[in-house]
Design a protein around this ligand. Structure first.
Ligand code: G1P
Length: 291
């Protein structure tokens, strides 16, 4: 079955980026000149997603505005013949259907995903987390996972190794390798301590799930950090269905951390023909000054 629906939870407070996120949703912070959430939405489009639900909360209206048509701005740019800018202003609005719902209370990622129950209906769907930006110019991360889902007919979670020192930041898998880049899952623990981590294989913000996850989410109690965790619902799902993990190919940036955000900013600027030359000169001078 083709995966055409995706969910992006975007209801969190973004406290790691205060004071920037006091009035601006963290999903709207730009990497170079594009809001971070637009990179995720473009990955969804390039992976064949046609319908997208963004889970927002109070204070996130800028996200809703960003994916709306800016009719007045477009009219001015059209009148002035500014075709390139017009393309940028239009963005992705005519390439995907974007829907919104609000998570009234922040009870955790599992609770946010549960808000997508009627959107998903009886179909499998993707979950894409905004803190994980993945670059693969040949095959988008989500497409790698949806292809695996179509082959296996069971839920697939996107993973990569993160090193033992980082296991306490992620959902960590207990799994056995069964093929090229593919694992069968046995268990999963949300943000374990280094000594309790079953491996260093981490869920990195991309999931393709069967709708059975909603029954599991409904039964899931508060877990790590006092929140309803998607990780715990996936563990429940394993009792009734096989769940797989796929070690996706691509450079992944943890833009929920300041270092990751800076790394993405530098790398993305270096990829831009219009910025690259001057920016390299600037970086060389700055790095030499620091020596
Ligand atoms: C969430 C998930 C975690 C996953 C991580 C990937 O955690 O709960 O299992 O490994 O995203 O970025 P968060 O970063 O929201 O704390």
């Amino acid at each position: 079955m083709k995966i055409t629906k995706a969910v992006i939870p975007a209801a969190g407070f973004g406290t790691r980026f205060l004071p920037a996120t006091k009035a601006v949703p963290k999903e709207m912070l730009p990497i170079v000149d594009k809001p971070t959430i637009q990179y995720i939405v473009e990955e969804a489009i390039d992976s064949g997603i046609t319908d997208l639900l963004i889970i927002t909360s109070r204070g996130k209206d800028a996200i809703v505005n960003h994916f709306d048509k800016a009719a007045e701005l477009e009219a001015v740019l059209e009148r002035d013949g500014k075709t390139e800018l017009l393309k940028l202003a239009r963005g992705v609005t005519d390439k995907i259907n974007v829907y919104f719902t609000r998570q009234a209370e922040q009870k955790g990622l599992g609770h946010a995903v549960f808000c997508a129950k009627s959107f998903a209906g009886n179909e499998p769907f993707a979950v894409m987390l905004g803190d994980d930006v993945v670059v693969n110019d040949e095959k988008p991360c989500l497409k790698q996972l949806t292809d695996e889902f179509e082959r296996l007919g069971s839920s697939v979670i996107g993973v990569q190794r993160v090193g033992r020192e980082n296991v306490n930041k992620y959902g960590i898998l207990d799994c056995e390798p069964i093929g090229d880049r593919l694992y069968k899952m046995r268990g999963m623990t949300e943000k374990p301590s280094i000594d309790k981590a079953p491996s260093d294989i981490a869920a990195l913000g991309r999931y393709v799930l069967t709708p059975a996850i909603f029954d599991c989410l409904e039964k899931t109690e508060k877990g790590a950090l006092g929140e309803i965790q998607l990780t715990d619902a996936i563990v429940n799902l394993m009792e009734t269905e096989a769940v797989y993990a796929y070690d996706f190919e691509g450079m992944r940036y943890d833009i929920g951390s300041k270092q990751g955000f800076l790394a993405a900013t530098v790398d993305f600027a270096l990829k831009r023909e219009d910025l690259r030359g001057e920016f390299i000169e600037f970086l060389k001078k700055t790095v030499n000054k620091e020596k």
